[in-house]
Write a protein that binds this ligand. Structure first.
Ligand code: GUN
Ligand code: ZN
Length: 422
């Protein structure tokens, strides 16, 4: 049993709809036993006088960040300029992913990807490797060794992409099935059926992706939806029978709880309602949307429809692994839309909110007893400017706001996975 003393911050619900959902214990104690939270509360209430305590007084202890959408094979092309999403995929993303066919490169790339997550305080992620099974094996192997909770799956993409990343519908299905057999629910790993997006899959492939979801309990679905206007037009041409973009995925049984749809920038009201009614989630990736110029996420539409929203870095379309940066980008996008977005929205989205979208709130995302003890220690004096500005903060909300606006990986003092420092 181990204790950690510091300022504890977590959530019992969505602070936007549940006032009082923020839990804040200024002089807090987190007790970890066998990798799980045994106690979270006031340091005064420490029961065991002999408890070995690591002292993070003056620092914040928050649940490990959850990155609900990120690409492990795109680190090497992050921050590559291009005209728009489709150019960027052709010029940069597909090329980087083609290299993940090579197991040695996939292993090295996966390790460095997970290093970046941990350095940024991200302890769980929903990850797109590449279409090569080797890229999934490499990622899961590396994550298992670190004890990390990761969802991932091989990309399914059998058309409209170069041969180095293209697969074939039936083989893709077989490869996914065998990966599910190897990895799904092993250690803390979860398989995610991952058709890249509608334009790069034949209807046969989408049908088989839907079949994988039906045949395997507890697997996630992740894909991209309605990121740019060009893409929406393209989908209309490729699937003339579909009412709209979301309808393509719905037709193949992908509109369901624990389905993660990245971006959702150009949905109409009926798509939002349908997504919400199905219990699926939109993954907001503001850094990527700003970098690629894709559009401004409409949080208002998501809130009106009651849709679950998660937060993603979308590296390498996004340019930073930091979920603090992602929160701040989300805040700026909301501002441009004339919508409220405060630090509680940001921290909720990057912890419990995204954990819920992944269907993992019983395991991670808060400090409720029994949860897996993934947490991050944030230092308020990461830079001279932060230290100076933090000294003026009077409330926890103000401190969280400053972490969101001024923070990045420099603010992450330590990342713990199952109670062990990484
Ligand atoms: N749409 C299809 N593939 C991708 C990708 O790799 N990144 C982003 N941002 N959008 C996509
Ligand atoms: Zn993406």
């Amino acid at each position: 049993m181990k204790g950690f003393r510091g300022t504890l911050v977590d959530f019992t619900g969505d602070p936007r709809t549940q006032p009082g959902a923020l839990r804040h214990v200024e002089d807090g104690l987190l007790v970890v036993e066998d990798g799980r939270v045994a106690f979270s509360g006031s340091y005064k209430d420490k029961l065991n006088p002999g408890l070995e305590v690591t002292d993070y007084s003056g620092k914040l202890i928050v649940p490990g960040f959850v990155d609900a959408h990120v690409h492990s094979a795109q680190t090497d092309i992050l921050a590559s300029p291009s005209e728009n999403l489709l150019d960027w995929l052709e010029q940069h993303a597909f090329r980087a992913e083609a290299r993940f066919a090579e197991p040695r490169h996939a292993r090295e790339g996966s390790e460095s990807f997970l290093d970046e997550l941990v350095r940024n305080g991200t302890t769980t992620a929903a990850v797109f490797p590449s279409s090569h099974p080797e890229s999934v094996d490499a990622l899961f192997q590396a994550a298992e060794r670190r004890g990390m909770r990761i969802a991932a799956g091989k990309l399914m993409m059998d058309r409209n992409c170069p041969p180095g990343v293209r697969d074939q519908a039936e083989r893709s299905y077989e490869e996914a099935r065998s990966l599910i057999g190897r990895w799904h629910h092993r250690a803390r790993l979860v398989y995610a059926v991952s058709p890249r997006f509608a334009p790069t899959s034949s209807e046969r492939q989408l049908e088989l992706a839907g079949q994988l979801l039906q045949e395997h309990d507890g697997v996630l679905l992740q894909t991209h939806l309605s990121e740019t206007e060009n893409e929406v037009r393209w989908v209309r041409e490729l699937f003339p029978w579909a009412r709209n973009y979301l309808d393509v995925y719905a037709r193949y049984g992908m509109l369901r709880p624990r389905a993660l749809f990245a971006h959702c920038l150009h949905l109409d009201a009926s798509e939002w309602e349908r997504l919400a009614a199905a219990g699926a989630a939109a993954v907001h990736c503001p850094g990527s949307n700003l970098f690629l110029g894709s559009g401004l996420f409409d949080f208002g539409a998501a809130r009106r429809a009651g849709a679950a929203v998660a937060l993603g870095s979308d590296v390498g379309g996004g340019t930073s692994f930091s979920m603090l940066r992602a929160m701040y980008d989300a805040c700026k996008v909301a501002r441009l839309r004339g919508l409220p977005f405060d630090a509680l929205d940001g921290f909720y989205l990057a912890t419990l909110g995204s954990a819920r979208a992944l269907g993992m709130e019983a395991h991670i995302g808060s400090f409720a007893p029994g949860r897996e003890a993934d947490f991050v220690v944030l230092r308020p004096d990461a830079t001279a400017l932060m230290a100076r500005r933090m000294a003026q903060a009077r409330s926890i909300e103000e401190r969280l706001f400053l972490f969101m606006t001024l923070g990045d990986e420099r603010a992450v003092q330590a990342t713990y996975i199952l109670g062990a420092r990484n």
